[in-house]
Design a protein around this ligand. Sequence first.
Ligand code: ATP
Ligand code: MG
Length: 531
Amino acid sequence: MSVAKIIIQTLRRNIILTSGMAAVITAAIVTSLLPPLILERMINLLADGTGLSLLTVFSYFLTAALSGILDAFKEVLINAFGQKMTHAVRTGMTDKLRRLPASYFTDNDPGATASRIVGDVSTVDGLFTSGIISMAADLCRVISILYVVLSRNAGLFVLLTAVLPFIFLFTRRVQKRMLSSQLANREAASEVNQEIPETIACLRTVRILHGEAFMEKRYGTSIEKSFQAQRKTNFYDAVYSPVIVSVSALITGIIMAASAANEFFSMSAGTAAAMIAYVSGFFGPIDSIGMEIQNVQAAVAGVKRINAFLSEPEMDVPDDNPVPVTAAAELSHVTFSYTGEEREVLHDLSFSVMEGERITLAGRTGAGKSTLVKLIAGLYSPSSGNITVFGRNPVSLHDSERRSTIGYVEQSFHLIPGSVGEQVSLHDPEVSYDEIRRALETVGLLETVDSLPQGMDTPCTGDLFSQGHFQLLSIARATVKNPKLLLLDEITANLDYGTEAQVIKALNEASGNRTVISVSHRLAGTRTVYV
Ligand code: ATP
Ligand code: MG
């Protein structure tokens, strides 16, 4: 995101305001050109001795009034537009703020960030309220005045275009000087502001060290600096207007004199009046353009700083679009009885387990906890009701998907014919050698297995391991394909304290961030479901 992008988006979103503003600006420029033209006509009519119609007089008044109203309306719209932009940029920046990592706030001074959001955005506001748009409007006004003048009196046009660059340069120079002396004044004033409390607070030290003269001199220097800067500002302020008025008067004088003496400059009395009106209205926009250039420059610097802020690296997870939490397992009105049995082991059971959640199933012996786990594992189908695991029916999961979706650690280990490694892979050719080793390592069995005569290839018999080790092997078997959901059925029930601790450690390692449904009172889940 950059300021330019935010601006374009806001322009698109406020298309009515934007086009309305463009229309009003155009109308304001056009109507501001009309009164002198009507005035020209009125004076010409008077000079000819023809009477003035009331309509002409009224239209002069109307266009002059309309021009004022449109000007005011233009300002309102430009301000509203600027506010929209400021709002959008600030919103973009605060959104960004939410996505910044903690390190940004330790590495950056909070004051600097605040001044980005407050001060720099104000310069962007200035870009619209008193910068680019007003500059375009003023430029159009200057150009249209020149155009009308050209159509009436080529001589005056030449004169105005000749004088324009000088007036512009003079204006810019005065404005730059004024700005720099204003800055110098502000600097000096802040020095004074700092010195006064400092002197008062350290009054005793100043006296003891006889620093009065030094402090006085320092204060005097700052005050003098401020005074000089202020004087400069006042000087330029005082000089500018008279110069412009004189130039304007000079041009008017020249044009009048030339009009009387030279064919090229000659014009009617009405045109002369209109030209005087145009000349006097010519320098206002030039003065404004100078200020607007200044505002645009300040805004460009502000935009650069805002863009630097907007391109700060963000946190990994954008919390704008939080990842929707989906249900890992969802049970709705599940009722189950074993085939051939009338008794319902589970009756109308509904609950869901969200992704990443760890829940514990509790209930008395024979309540149906193991049965429920088998149902979720997809080993049985409910008699009625519905079970989904990650949105799928667990019974219909294809073998290749099953192990990477559901890991099931049974209450007791079931030995299968084959090697130790095959106890983990379950003869699945898709389980690689490395995956088996990693799973054994996770549960803390790798060293034990490696110490066997043939390592992983040692044929597995019931007396090869202790009960605890078989339990660990069972966990390795369940987690070898990195399943998203882990089902654990009271796996620590028959273990001694030391082995149990090892199994729990292995389980915590194997659980990671996955969803865990366990039948146990030892693996504390975040929620307990009673069966
Ligand atoms: P425990 O705490 O003792 O492990 P449990 O809550 O896990 O008990 P289950 O093993 O789910 O209970 O058994 C629930 C009921 O279903 C019991 O009455 C049990 O006898 C019965 N049962 C379990 N397995 C079968 C089966 N394969 N066929 C028929 N009935 C069964
Ligand atoms: Mg059980």
